[in-house]
Design a protein around this ligand. Structure first.
Ligand code: FES
Length: 235
């Protein structure tokens, strides 16, 4: 049975606080449970009293008591104790299909932190997991094999489910390296988190996060940020 992407959860407004910053640049966010995003989803956060007019998308990386551990990179001005106005959870997240037993997590151009939350889900369904990335992250369970990006194509072809993380401007490069749409073996299912600035989170329809898919405009902030890989690279 094909997996379904996580539907947009009921959106809430609330208060939170950054309580700790870790060596790998992730951060502990304290917030009510109904504001915690699922892997691939985000919340928009604005530091209380900040002069910046724009909110910042904050992605889930891992579970943590009284909130969650957020993926890097958060604004440098945010320090432990910074109070945050939060809105979310927003967008569509990842969903590992129940058939998946060989899971590839591929951080194409940045930290693998936004994929980290999928590890416990994949382990629960007894999947083998290979994390492909060129940057380090703390707390990777021993059961997870870590490979450099040079191994990406082989691992992608080995997997029956792949979750990827890529910046919008690198999508074409990713598609070429994976041979998407060609003869190469591909996982039964692959999803990709596309990163782009998302200042309004669909509230003002600013268009900053626009992406063209099959000649149609999509908004990464509300139609994504997680998309089916084939739907965007076969465009
Ligand atoms: S961030 Fe404004 S429309 Fe997506």
């Amino acid at each position: 049975m094909p997996s379904m992407r996580v539907n947009i959860s009921p959106m809430k407004n609330g208060q939170g606080q950054l309580s700790e910053i870790y060596l790998d640049s992730r951060a502990q966010i304290l917030c009510p449970p109904d504001l915690i995003p699922a892997p691939g989803q985000y919340i928009l956060a604005h530091a209380r009293g900040s002069g910046s007019p724009l909110a910042v998308p904050v992605f889930f990386s891992d579970s943590a008591p009284n909130g969650f551990r957020a993926a890097p990179f958060l604004p440098l001005a945010w320090r432990p104790g910074t109070q945050l106005n939060l809105r979310g959870p927003l967008g569509h997240g990842f969903s590992i299909p129940p058939f998946a037993r060989k899971v590839a997590l591929i951080a194409f151009d940045e930290s693998p932190a936004r994929l980290r939350g999928l590890i416990s889900i994949a382990l629960k369904q007894d999947a083998e997991i290979v994390l492909v990335c060129n940057s380090a992250m703390d707390d990777i369970p021993e059961a997870v094999e870590v490979q450099p990006l040079q191994a990406m194509t082989d691992i992608y072809q080995w997997a029956d489910y792949a979750a990827l993380d890529v910046a919008r401007e690198n999508l074409n490069q990713l598609g070429k390296m994976l041979g998407v749409g060609g003869q190469a073996r591909a996982p039964r299912e692959a999803q990709v988190l596309v990163r782009a600035p998302m200042p309004c989170g669909a509230l003002a329809e600013c268009g900053v996060c626009a992406l063209t898919i099959r000649h149609e405009w999509k908004m990464i902030c509300k139609d994504g940020p997680v998309f089916e890989l084939n739907s965007i690279l076969a465009a």
